[in-house]
Design a protein around this ligand. Structure first.
Ligand SMILES: [Zn+2]
Length: 395
């Protein structure tokens, strides 16, 4: 038998137990378990055991990790940021395979066992990003599972040829169809939704759309997305990233939109942004909307910030949403773990017998304390294999 016995660990802050992972799954949990032959043992020394963290929205393909410091020259508009980035990626000679491997290694060190990465698909760089991230996905397959999204960052309809590249990316095995601001980037909301959901239907894939549009315009795009999701029977297979419009001051309009999102089964991803209106996560939860969290841009031409640490992300989302009780902080953690897993459609995620044998050990008394302190990851386990120790990848 191959596997791992974790002794004296406290799953989600509960009583101390031993956890036996065999053949990639949690086989037994209890006191005083013996290690079968061939199974290695790790002494948890009373550490908190968390499920593998879930990075539900990141851009692995385009960071500057390991490169000389790059002064941020983005903006001020999203369109200017997009065009600036597309030009600089050529000038800087950014290699998507190398850069995505660097960021994936950082995510593993910080305890992410699942990642959903958007990948730019455009008529300047073609499918170079897709090829690079797919290479990283394969190279890291024993350490982290990477879902990929074909993302028309520069526009889908506004840049002829992009739709064909998106289809080619899906034919190469990309998992999800991405989209972006149907009104403010595409100037053709119905056309954009037709194109994105058309690809999703043709290839049988989920949808994940970046939506930065503010206020009523954002709510309008959300309504289109929700209506199309309902009409095509895609509940549970569609996510909207950012959804800044849900942070607008008009409480009644937001409340009505939350009902529509909940009824149509459209999930929302937030980073807990400091510089934008943000979806109020407790209200989304109360309304029955699936909400999860992601890092989005890490150390790239959009943002100089980010560290690939989903416990730190839980802390940021908590601060942005005024979460302070232990119950609130467990919600912040849930957004970076169980809720992300649900949005990504993962099966066997969790810390029960029969679940996939992923987990993270940290020195903390409770989940709430882990969110506040974001302590170094003592151990990261992927399907019963140690993939990071003391904050560093093992391979
Ligand atoms: Zn993004």
């Amino acid at each position: 038998m191959t596997g791992l016995l974790l002794t004296n660990v406290r799953p989600l802050g509960g009583e101390s137990v031993d956890v036996l992972i065999a053949d990639g799954r949690i086989a037994r949990m209890g006191a005083g378990l013996d290690a079968p032959e061939g199974v290695s043992v790790e002494d948890g020394a009373g550490a908190l055991l968390l499920p593998g963290l879930v990075e539900a929205h990141v851009h692995l393909d385009k960071n500057v990790l390991g490169l000389p410091w790059r002064s941020n020259s983005a903006g001020p508009t999203i369109r200017q940021t997009i065009d600036n980035e597309r030009r600089l990626r050529t000038e800087l000679g950014m290699d998507p395979a190398r850069q995505s491997a660097r960021l994936a290694a950082l995510c593993v060190a910080n305890g992410s066992t699942h990642i959903r990465s958007h990948i730019d698909v455009d008529t300047t760089h073609g499918l170079a990003g897709v090829e690079g991230v797919l290479a990283t996905k394969e190279a890291f397959r024993d350490a982290v599972e990477i879902q990929t999204v074909a993302f028309p960052q520069s526009g889908l309809l506004t840049r002829p040829g992009t739709l064909e590249l998106m289809a080619a990316a899906l034919e190469m095995g990309v998992d999800v169809v991405g989209g972006i601001d149907p009104c403010t980037i595409e100037f053709d909301p119905k056309g954009h939704v037709d194109a994105v959901f058309g690809l999703a239907q043709k290839f049988g894939r989920p949808v994940d759309i970046h939506l930065h549009e503010p206020n009523e315009l954002g709510l309008f795009s959300m309504t289109l997305i929700a209506e199309r999701t309902r009409a095509l029977g895609m509940a549970g297979k569609v996510a909207i990233g950012h959804a800044f419009a849900l942070g607008m001051p008009d409480g009644a309009a937001v409340e009505a939109m939350l009902e529509v999102l909940a009824a149509s089964g459209v999930a929302v991803m937030t980073t807990g942004p400091a510089g934008h209106p943000a979806p109020p996560v407790k209200r989304l939860r109360a309304a029955g909307v699936d909400v999860c969290a992601g890092s989005d841009n890490i150390r790239d031409l959009w943002s100089p910030y980010g560290n690939g640490d989903m416990l730190d992300r839980a802390r940021l989302v908590g601060m942005r949403n005024g979460l302070s009780t232990d119950e609130d902080l467990r919600l912040a953690f849930d957004l970076c773990s169980f809720a992300g897993a649900k949005m990504m459609g993962l099966s066997g995620y969790g810390l029960a017998v029969g679940d996939v044998g992923d987990g993270v050990l940290v020195e903390a008394g409770s989940v709430a304390e882990a969110v506040v302190l974001a302590p170094v990851r003592k151990l990261v386990v992927k399907r019963g294999r140690v993939v990071a120790r003391d904050g560093r990848p093992t391979a």
